[in-house]
Design a binder for this molecule. Structure first.
Ligand code: SF4
Length: 377
């Protein structure tokens, strides 16, 4: 896969920067174990700028810098950091928490013009579910209501946004309704996260492998309505896209039937003018790289395997040369993922293999696919 003249071997599409661990929310699945106050180990403004400057060594077109957290708006220098990245020509996306700060007109005016898009989380189709998962730590606000308000405010300011949903046993039955809210809310993409047992995600019950398969198959059906859908830590969604685009059917389990019936009831039949779903074959460490608040470099936010630190290492050199990233990129996996004919476009979640098996190159335990051993990729 190429973007511009360099391949994903040479340059990621997305660089995630966890600007801070401070956050007004205390979500039950938080990867970052976010806190109310920033940690003293956070990169200073100067250090953050130095690392951002290093990103230009990737060459143009530069990767998108995704400012995440915690809540990046908790950093008092966040606008300064954005201005610096923008002055270098680096595109910026912002992933704030929904709080009164984000919803203020002053902040929205400041964001507009600085960022290419914003991502907002919605984990339930009703206040009880969303507010239970995305509980507040600082502000006594109805986060669900404020999230819907954020959609309409972002729209009115002309700021593009995508919606992120973490799927788990607790909210899986609400997925068709969440999809409808996201689509009707004017988002340009829906990114569905599958739990990895890291951070506070340890407290929640993930889906079983067959439930996971039912959900990714449902996401294929949902994507026929024209909204771009991506998955995080379920790269086998691309296997499903390839299978279904080439005519394979899926009868599925009870959960799949329930979700698809829910979709049809809410949305009627998909329009006939939507093309087949497409994808970009990134995975942790391949097209994606993550920098933690203390400068540690990881293949992704869910794979806490330290590859270096931007305080002393050049991120471009780490991305291009680190043996672990090379192994991931070359799809040198163990177990089923290592012999799977889909490993080039999928490769399984490296984060889940690490969390569940202790082997970042192991098989993804959430995938039910049995590879046709020996089949060509
Ligand atoms: S076995 Fe591994 S590479 Fe194959 S589809 Fe499943 S997760 Fe992807």
């Amino acid at each position: 896969m190429h973007r511009g003249q360099l391949s994903l071997e040479e340059r990621p599409l997305l660089v995630f920067y966890e600007t801070t661990k401070a956050c007004p929310l205390a979500c039950r699945h938080c990867r970052a174990n976010a806190l109310l106050k920033p940690l003293p180990t956070e990169l200073s403004t100067r250090e953050a700028m130095k690392f951002i400057e290093d990103l230009t060594d990737f060459g143009k077109p530069y990767p998108v810098l995704i400012l995440t957290g915690g809540d990046p708006l908790m950093r008092s220098d966040i606008m300064e950091i954005m201005d610096y990245a923008k002055s270098l020509g680096i595109p910026i996306a912002l992933s704030p928490a929904v709080s009164t700060k984000l919803l203020s007109d002053d902040v929205l005016r400041e964001i507009r013009g600085r960022v290419s898009s914003v991502s907002i989380s919605l984990d339930g189709a009703k206040p009880e579910t969303h507010n239970y998962i995305r509980r507040t730590a600082l502000e006594p606000i109805n986060v669900f209501e404020k999230t819907l308000e954020a959609f309409s405010k972002l729209r009115s300011y002309g700021i593009e946004f995508q919606v992120n949903t973490a799927v788990m046993k607790l909210n899986v039955h609400e997925l068709p309704h969440i999809f409808k809210i996201v689509k009707d809310g004017g988002a340009n993409a829906w990114e569905v996260f599958f739990l990895i047992r890291v951070g506070r995600g340890m407290e929640l019950e993930p889906l079983s492998p067959w439930e996971t398969e039912d959900v990714v198959q449902f996401l294929y059906d949902a994507s026929l309505y024209g909204l771009q859908i991506r998955t995080v830590e379920a790269p086998f969604f691309r296997r499903v896209i390839m299978q279904r685009n080439s005519g394979a059917s899926y009868d599925g389990g009870k959960l799949y039937q329930e979700l698809v019936n829910g979709l049809r009831e809410l949305m009627e039949e998909p329009p006939s003018n939507v093309g087949k779903p497409r994808f970009t074959p990134t995975r942790d460490g391949y097209g994606i790289i993550f920098v933690a608040s203390d400068g540690s470099i990881y293949p992704s936010g869910f794979l806490p395997l330290t590859l270096g630190n931007v305080r002393k290492d050049n991120i471009v050199k780490v991305y291009r040369e680190h043996p672990m990233l090379r192994a991931i990129r070359e799809a040198r996996f163990n177990g089923r993922c290592g012999v799977c004919e889909f490993r080039g476009i999928c490769g399984g979640s490296r984060a889940r293999a690490f969390a569940e098996l202790g082997d970042p190159l192991g098989s993804d335990p959430a995938c039910v696919y049995e590879p046709r051993v020996g089949a060509a990729q």
